[in-house]
Design a protein around this ligand. Structure first.
Ligand code: ADP
Ligand code: MG
Length: 367
């Protein structure tokens, strides 16, 4: 029976009043959770330990059976679909990776295509393709999982989950066990992978910064899987809906918002701009307008540098610090604070867009 799920036409997963009470527990682990996940989005479930994130994820692929409620996946009632059929369309990545220790890396990645009965040549080609996709050296395919670093194992886990090209990926704190530098690289790789693959991803984490980096939308969960707020990271950081969300977002909410805004999104001051041949009167006017004793020298839209207003005959000095329009405001602020000098905004190729300072960033946060 494939009665369509009610709701948004591009809904990929829909949870309707889903509850789970573990046998012998006084309180439900998840109490009446309703959530729609759109096709092609990364939905992050974020919240403190024990709030029911893992339970929720495992109910979607039926590793755990809900006590009550309904779950729809791509228009199909998940609870009446045989679990092994359901899971063919769902990749699953967990923290401890769960690689088979006695199978090589290549064999691990090939698991699902082999189960599906693909012919040998097709499996081989797919394994090679996936290794490339997730950035695994083909040399590693013959090794065993224990012979890989944590970060490499995590890539194998992702490759294995993607092997049969499932439309849905469930990821449960997949990067929590690797060190912060590797974690950051894996997060960035997932962002770039998703840009190409456009899977429907449900990603679980207790790490707010990870949630902000990865989420198209995120649900902030309280105990019992209660959704305190649902929205884009920018919406939630700008307007926390409840005291719980506000305290979960913590004291660095402003800094975290900066990591979601880019330099090109704010109104940039052009600064005291003059042409290379301009004399004292043009320079004087420019400096008066901005209250500076220096000018920016721009020719045909390209930044040549800056000069003291009193030394217009000098060659322009190069800016020691600059940022690109695509840089985040967080990065721009870091450059401003560490360079102790004026920071120019310059496009790749040298086109001058303006100058940026801490006050401009403050205005962007207020606005
Ligand atoms: P999270 O992933 O957000 O840390 P979980 O979904 O793992 O939370 O757990 C939610 C609640 O359910 C917790 O109180 C946890 O102790 C309880 N729980 C999880 N798994 C079981 C289980 N198999 N049996 C009984 N209680 C469980
Ligand atoms: Mg968990």
């Amino acid at each position: 029976m494939t009665e369509g799920a009610p709701g948004h036409s591009s809904t990929a997963i829909r949870l309707e009043d889903v509850c789970k009470t573990y046998p012998g527990s006084a309180h439900p682990a998840v109490e009446s959770l309703s959530l729609e996940i759109r096709a092609g989005e990364v939905m992050v479930l974020v919240g403190p330990s024990g709030c029911g994130k893992t339970t929720t994820l495992k109910m979607i692929n039926r590793i755990i059976e809900p006590t009550s409620g309904r779950i729809w996946i791509e228009g199909t009632d998940a609870l009446t679909t045989p679990p092994h059929v359901l899971r063919r369309g769902i990749g699953y990545v967990i923290q401890q990776v769960g690689l088979f220790p006695h199978r090589t890396v290549g064999e691990n990645i090939a698991t699902v295509p082999e189960l599906l009965g693909w012919e040998e040549g097709a499996v081989k080609r797919r394994v090679a393709e996936l290794a490339k996709l997730v950035g695994l050296d083909p040399e590693l395919l013959g090794r065993y999982p224990a012979q890989l670093s944590g970060g490499q194992q995590q890539r194998v886990g992702v490759a294995r989950a993607l092997a049969a090209d499932p439309p849905v990926l469930l990821m449960d704190e997949p990067f929590a066990a690797v060190d912060p530098i590797v974690r950051q690289r894996l997060q960035e790789e997932l962002v770039s992978l998703q840009r190409r693959l456009r899977k429907t991803i449900v990603f679980v984490t207790h790490d707010l910064d990870e949630a902000i980096l990865l989420a198209d939308r995120m649900a902030v969960l309280n105990l019992g899987g209660k959704i305190e707020q649902l929205g884009t990271p920018a919406e939630i950081l700008a307007n926390p809906a409840t005291p719980f969300v506000e305290s979960f977002l913590g004291r660095e909410r402003g800094l975290r918002r900066l990591s979601l805004l880019t330099v090109e999104e704010i109104d940039l001051e052009k600064g005291p701009v003059v042409g290379p041949g301009d004399g004292p009167s043009a320079a004087g006017q420019a400096m008066d307008r901005y209250g500076t004793d220096w000018v920016v020298v721009v020719e045909d839209g390209r930044l040549l540098g800056w000069k003291w207003g009193a030394d217009l005959a000098d060659e322009p000095h190069g800016f020691r610090a600059s940022v690109a329009p695509s840089d985040t405001l967080r990065r721009a602020l870091d450059v401003i604070l560490t360079s102790h000098t004026q920071v120019a905004v310059v496009e790749e190729g040298g086109r001058y867009l303006g100058i940026i300072d801490a006050a401009a960033i403050g205005r962007a946060l207020a606005g």
